[in-house]
Design a protein around this ligand. Structure first.
Ligand SMILES: [Zn+2]
Length: 381
């Protein structure tokens, strides 16, 4: 399957295979001899893997109305292995990994320890038979995206050519996962740094396909509906116009994208990226938008790494970068795709902890201001 995609690249080749335990893996090749199909990726996983044992469940918290997922099998997953035992590196003789090839460009595969699974056992509709406690099998998908076969690099160091391939992989998976019932939202994200809970250092991200609308998305949709009822206008279009008018929180205004610090930023370092066009998801981006993003996104991550340079800290700064895509279903036409990047670092050597107010009652306190965060980021562009 070949696709001519952006100005930044000639071709990528998409090859789909099955791993030994039946999980799906997809290669996105952007280099020769694989991109043109002159050579073919390894199609066979020769490991002896047990069948998927994961049967995650979820229960609705009667006090908040939110679903909580339970995936006890994840206790067994690989935790911060050495580079020689990294399961995301290419396979070598005597060291077979999750990717049965001696090299790759970008790959996506089903997580071996998913919180949301394709095949799940049925569970009683109510915990303890009590209608107070609804429970369900946690149906959905958890996928891993390897951005490069190079173990000791970072997303910020990828070439625009490679970033463009990652964008194609995100778009391809978003399209496929959005078509699965009962998926309600597809979330592509990267946690970087042990401080954000990373268990593998290899540059990688994840894609979660949730069977319900996550709480943050539900609140965004409610806000967008209320704004539309009140004004007849699009909430995120108005946010973009207001940020342009004020100017003080805008970090970069491009042709198709604007990066800004949100007016009520929660984190000590936080940056949002909004497309100028009202697109619901990554799959809907046109080639000009993808091309600009392929350069801009890694640049944003480099700004983050230099954020505390004036304190002698040149990174790597831990971050979470998440693509908020419009939900599939109600509210889809009232919100749009946006990227949220934030760091838990508040100063060189210091972390922001979610303490009593944030963890207990969900009220956020920020020790800086969005305007100061923007001023610092602008100095790095
Ligand atoms: Zn690795």
């Amino acid at each position: 399957m070949l696709a001519r995609l952006t100005e930044l690249r000639a071709l990528i080749r998409i090859t789909r295979i099955r791993l030994a335990d039946g999980r799906a893996l997809t290669y996105y090749d952007d280099r020769e001899p694989y991109a043109s199909g002159t050579a073919t990726r390894t199609l066979h996983d020769s490991r002896d893997l047990p069948a998927d044992q994961s049967h995650p469940t979820m229960r609705r918290d009667v006090l908040t109305g939110e679903w909580v997922i339970f995936a006890p099998h994840r206790m067994d997953r690989t935790h911060l292995p050495t580079a020689a035992r990294c399961p995301l590196c290419p396979s070598r003789r005597g060291a077979l990994t999750e990717i049965p090839a001696d090299d790759y460009d970008v790959v996506v595969f089903d997580n071996r320890y998913p919180s949301l699974a394709a095949a799940v056992d049925p569970v009683p509709a109510w915990l303890d038979g009590d209608p107070l406690w609804p429970q369900r099998p946690a149906v959905g998908r958890c996928e891993v995206v390897c951005f490069t076969s190079a173990h000791s690099t970072s997303f910020a160091e990828l070439t625009p050519h490679r970033v463009a391939t990652v964008i194609e992989a995100w778009a391809d998976r978003t399209r496929a996962l959005s078509a699965i019932t009962p998926v309600s939202q597809v979330f592509c994200f990267e946690n970087r740094g042990a401080e954000t809970g990373v268990t593998l250092h290899h540059p990688h991200g994840q894609i979660y396909a949730y069977p319900f609308m996550p709480p943050r998305t539900e609140r965004l949709v409610a806000q967008a509906v209320a704004h539309h009822d009140r004004t007849g206008r699009d909430l995120l279009a108005d946010v973009l116009a207001a940020e342009w008018r004020a100017g003080v929180r805008v970090v970069h205004q491009g042709t198709s994208w604007t990066a800004y610090v949100p007016a009520a930023a929660r984190w000590p370092v936080e940056l949002h990226l909004l497309p100028h066009r009202a697109v619901p998801d990554l799959a809907s981006l046109d080639s000009a938008e993808r091309s600009e993003l392929a350069t801009l996104y890694p640049a944003m991550l480099r700004w983050l790494d230099e954020f505390f340079a004036d304190q002698g800290d040149h990174g790597p700064v831990p971050y979470v970068a998440g693509w908020h895509q419009a939900p599939i279903g109600p509210g889809r036409d009232l919100v749009r795709l946006y990227l949220q990047v934030f760091s838990v670092r508040r100063a060189a050597g210091k972390l922001k902890y979610l303490a009593g107010s944030e963890s207990g009652v969900g009220v956020w306190l920020n020790d800086t201001t969005p305007e100061r965060i923007a001023q610092r980021l602008r100095a790095l562009t």
